[in-house]
Design a protein around this ligand. Structure first.
Ligand code: PRX
Length: 632
């Protein structure tokens, strides 16, 4: 194995040679003619002319060598259900689901919106889409009806797949009324909704558009649906994520590049070998779920563990017992989960036999030093922080132990991953930063395989949002601040835009502001993220009311705060609910009327907002400081 430095250098100097070699990890039904098409920057097309299929590579290809190996182990502590699927039985279930979808008219290029809890059928549905060449768009089950409706209208799906209910922390969440509301709000609702009936919701909706999966599954029990061989650059899926505006972006991914990038990452970053067991505790509605619950482990012939439940139910030892019971080798979650577990009795961790576990991977939000140190000591195994985004689909920064086990530095996710020409650039001049200076983390052209190909239906937005925001440079902006040391290690210093990260969930403060503004009492609102000891960040709202007198007495203020929180629950989902709503008489703005969010965020965290030469009304700052300190 070459050194990390040589490996990375080669990937940047000769991407064609580097990725041609890596492409051999997957099956190509038709070989590609060109490794990389750079004719239309910033777009990059990988493995042009090659034909392949994600489902074939994740499932069918393994039947020869590992048909009887577990592919998927499903555990729900919400329902007490455990199910195991070998590669052979996963293959059969995916074929059934694909046959059912096909019978409902789904064909290559159609979108299928998947709004499902953590159940095996979600995996079958995603892989069935891949098999048919349909484009899946999974919407996180925690999102409310208006968010779902917005995604329906953007993706215009031919079919929605949903369930009667989700479950979290012992509470059943009915899905069908949410889907019903979303369909009535949407302009581009599909004619049919395929329903997985878990029999959790006491009285699920029986609208005429609902088609039950179970009888159809029986009907297509022995079906075999051939894989559609897709050109490498055809879309595999669209996954919505938050940005600066209130309108979520559909991150579009290709087929061949994604397969190659994920398969390579399993060796070089995750050191996952065929037959290993990997437990990624995330949700299929997020990118970590797409890449590391489903596609990467299956592409590489591992067993993936899918878990429905929280890390603390029935008690804080549940994840460690899963490691023992299923001989889990690789575990992947977000730092928030570890901060939650840190508050549990350490005996729960020590009680389990963790000898199978090789490495714990953490991503999605900054890993603070105390948490990293605690879990590293408690497990006595390497803890590998890795930094990436929905847009990239796989890590940009990590210690790549499968290349070279460089030392860890607490507080840094590590060094740039092969394939990524990562640079720190000055926010104003676009010039490279000196080591130790804070800058915007950017990526040079082309992005490596597996990264987003465009914004669904909006190439112009892809170019403008991501490639034209660093002055004078044609680079991709991550919208994260960072600082790089002399050894190349990068530390993440937060977002440059209005995105916040609550318990590893990426949220747009603009979306929360829009939800709050829909309440009749609200005149103006600013939402900012503040540090939170467990969740990393929490959303705090500052609201100017139409009638300031409405909150004169504390009871009325409490009631209105609850009503505003409920509005966010209904519009976006409970995950976006602000931790606090403060009522103020004005918000600090520039003379041109722009909200001074960074200043508000600084004050909300008790920091100095610094010099604000363009401020219209400095008194508004004093107000914010006072309400935050409880004197408002
Ligand atoms: O701000 C960075 C933060 O999460 C953002 C991406 O979130 P999302 O699209 O949900 O994708 C998560 C994929 C793991 C980034 O722009 N972030 C992600 N990983 C880290 C991180 N911040 C610090 N350290 C990390 N390891």
């Amino acid at each position: 194995m070459p050194s990390y430095r040589d490996f990375h250098r080669e990937s940047i100097d000769d991407p064609e040679g580097f990725w041609r070699r890596e492409a051999a990890r997957i099956h190509w039904e038709t070989p590609f003619s060109d490794v990389l098409d750079r004719s239309n920057p910033p777009f990059a097309r990988w493995f042009c002319g090659g034909r392949t299929n994600l489902c074939h590579n994740a499932v069918d290809r393994h039947l020869a060598a590992r048909a009887q190996q577990d592919a998927l182990i499903y555990v729900s502590t919400e329902t007490g259900i455990e199910r195991r699927y070998t590669y052979a039985s996963l293959h059969a279930e995916v074929n059934r689901m694909a046959a059912v979808m096909r019978s409902l008219g789904v064909k290559r290029g159609d979108r299928v919106l998947i709004y499902l809890p953590m159940i095996p059928e979600a995996v079958f549905a995603m892989l069935a889409c891949a098999r048919l060449g349909a484009i899946h768009s999974v919407v996180f089950g925690g999102f409310a009806a208006p968010s779902l409706a917005a995604r329906i209208d953007d993706a215009r799906p031919a079919l929605i797949v949903t369930a009667d209910a989700g479950a979290r922390g012992g509470k059943v969440i009915d899905y069908t009324p949410l889907v019903d509301e979303a369909l009535s709000r949407a302009q581009h609702a599909p004619a049919q909704v395929l329903l997985i009936d878990r029999q959790l919701a006491p009285e699920r909706l029986k609208a005429p558009y609902i088609v039950d999966y179970e009888p159809l599954r029986e009907q297509y029990f022995d079906a075999h649906v051939p894989c559609e061989w897709l050109e490498s650059n055809e879309p595999s899926y669209v996954l919505y994520t938050s940005g600066t505006t209130g309108k979520p972006k559909g991150v579009q991914r290709d087929v061949g590049g994604y397969a190659v990038a994920l398969a390579a990452s399993m060796e070089y970053i995750f050191e996952g070998r065929p037959g290993d067991v990997m437990f990624t505790a995330s949700d299929i509605g997020w990118v970590v779920g797409h890449s590391y619950i489903i596609y990467a482990p299956l592409l590489a012939g591992l067993t993936t563990v899918m878990y429905e439940g929280t890390p603390v139910r029935p008690d804080g030892g549940i994840w460690w017992r899963l490691v023992e019971q299923y001989r889990i080798n690789l575990m992947f979650t977000a730092p928030t989960a570890i901060r939650v577990l840190k508050k549990q009795d350490p005996a729960l961790l020590r009680a389990a036999d963790l000898s199978s576990l090789r490495t714990l991977f953490l991503a999605g939000e900054p890993l603070d030093e105390p948490t990293a140190a605690w879990i590293g000591d408690a497990l006595g195994k390497p803890v590998v922080d890795n930094y990436w985004q929905t847009e990239t689909g796989w890590p940009m920064l990590a210690i790549q132990r499968g290349v070279e086990a460089l030392p860890q530095k607490l507080g840094s996710p590590g060094v740039p991953v092969y394939g990524y020409d990562l640079r720190l650039l000055d926010e104003h001049t676009g010039e490279p930063c000196a080591s130790g200076d804070k800058g915007v983390i950017a990526l040079g052209y082309p992005l490596p395989p597996g990264c987003m190909s465009t914004v669904w239906g909006d190439d112009a937005r892809f170019v403008k949002t991501y490639w034209q925001s660093v002055p004078g440079q044609h680079v991709y902006s991550t919208f994260d601040w960072g600082v790089q040391d002399d050894d190349g290690y990068v530390t993440i210093l937060g977002r440059t835009d209005d995105v916040i990260n609550v318990a590893g969930h990426r949220l747009g403060t603009r979306e929360i502001e829009e939800a709050l503004s829909s309440h009749a009492a609200v005149a103006e609102v600013a939402v900012v993220g503040v540090n939170d000891a467990v969740k990393g960040q929490a959303a705090i709202a500052f609201v100017v009311l139409r009638d300031a007198g409405a909150v004169d007495d504390p009871d009325a203020a409490k009631k209105l705060e609850a009503a505003l929180a409920a509005t966010v629950d209904r519009q976006l989902g409970a995950i976006a609910r602000p931790a606090r709503v403060h009522f103020v008489s004005s918000l600090p703005k520039t003379r041109s009327g722009k909200l001074l969010r960074r200043a508000i965020a600084a004050l909300a965290e008790g920091r100095d907002p610094g010099d604000l030469p363009t401020i219209e009304d400095p008194a508004a700052l004093v107000l914010i400081r006072e309400v935050v300190m409880g004197r408002g």
